[in-house]
Design a protein around this ligand. Structure first.
Ligand SMILES: CCCCC/C=C\C/C=C\C/C=C\C/C=C\CCCC(=O)SCCNC(=O)CCNC(=O)[C@H](O)C(C)(C)COP(=O)(O)OP(=O)(O)OC[C@H]1O[C@@H](n2cnc3c(N)ncnc32)[C@H](O)[C@@H]1OP(=O)(O)O
Length: 221
């Protein structure tokens, strides 16, 4: 696992985010436009050439492998490649997660890129987002934890559009944290999930440093 330390200031994090977040948002727009475009085949083929040119430009300098999750020395996480919340990852829906001890919640608008059954949110996308939230709820207050078991119950179809989600720690038992999560539309809960989150045995940071107290850790900016 990649938890490298990158010794940069909060100002530098903000500067980097101010460059990459608008780019990521434009790529999200591109994904949505490709799905829903009704322009001619010729214009679609021309768009491919333009996109290929941008990809070639960006590939001139690439890091090997994935982005990983660097932390600053102050333990601010930069999970910018993360599939659910990565600031550089257009696959991740645009989320702003609010965190408080044992709780993580967010509002979002899921569009065409997140479709499963026609007009509805893909069940795997709902599970992805709830998995992220249960991880954050468990890790903001207590031990950093990985998902051991995630049980997802789809109560009724979740229509694409404005949604909210929430995860709350219900109980802790040693290294295990139990979390309950829901996704809701304007009419109430559509998906609920229960997770057993586990802090790995003898957890130490790869740097060898002791884990800082929960209050001093921030999952991102
Ligand atoms: C500031 C610096 C912070 C550094 C960051 C560090 C860590 C980062 C962690 C979190 C990051 C923060 C936020 C996260 C946000 C989102 C996360 C998204 C969630 C994910 O996307 S995460 C990826 C998917 N996830 C995995 O990739 C896990 C793969 N797996 C393993 O890494 C091990 O398998 C592990 C660790 C799960 C257990 O390993 P282990 O050796 O510690 O377990 P052990 O045998 O000692 O069992 C101890 C007790 O847990 C019970 N138990 C064991 N396994 C269980 C299971 N699966 N389900 C239910 N209960 C289970 C036993 O029954 C026993 O219970 P009892 O004590 O009652 O007997």
């Amino acid at each position: 696992m990649d938890f490298r330390i990158e010794d940069i200031t909060e100002e530098e994090i903000d500067r980097r985010l101010s460059v990459v977040e608008p780019l990521t948002d434009s790529v999200r727009q591109l994904v949505d436009a490709v799905i829903r475009s009704e322009v001619s085949d010729e214009r679609l083929a021309a768009a491919k050439e333009k996109v290929d040119a941008i990809v070639a430009d960006l590939r001139e300098q690439q890091r090997p492998g994935s982005f990983g999750t660097p932390y600053t020395k102050e333990f601010i996480g930069m999970p910018w490649g993360n599939a659910a919340v990565g600031a550089r990852n257009a696959v991740a829906p645009p989320l702003r997660i609010q965190r408080s001890p044992g709780l993580a919640e967010c509002e979002m608008v899921l569009g065409a890129a997140y479709e499963g059954p026609g007009g509805c949110v893909h069940g795997g996308v709902a599970a992805l987002l709830l998995d992220q939230l249960v991880g954050e709820a468990a890790s903001t207050d207590g031990l950093p934890s990985f998902t051991g078991t995630l049980t997802v119950k789809y109560l009724r179809p979740t229509l694409l559009g404005p949604l909210s989600a929430r995860a709350e720690v219900t109980r802790r038992e040693g290294r295990k944290t139990f979390v309950h999560a829901t996704m809701s539309d304007a009419d109430g809960v559509t998906v609920e999930a229960d997770a057993i989150m586990i802090c790995p045995k003898d957890f130490v940071l790869p740097t060898g440093d002791a884990l800082p107290p929960a209050a001093d850790r921030r999952l991102d900016r």
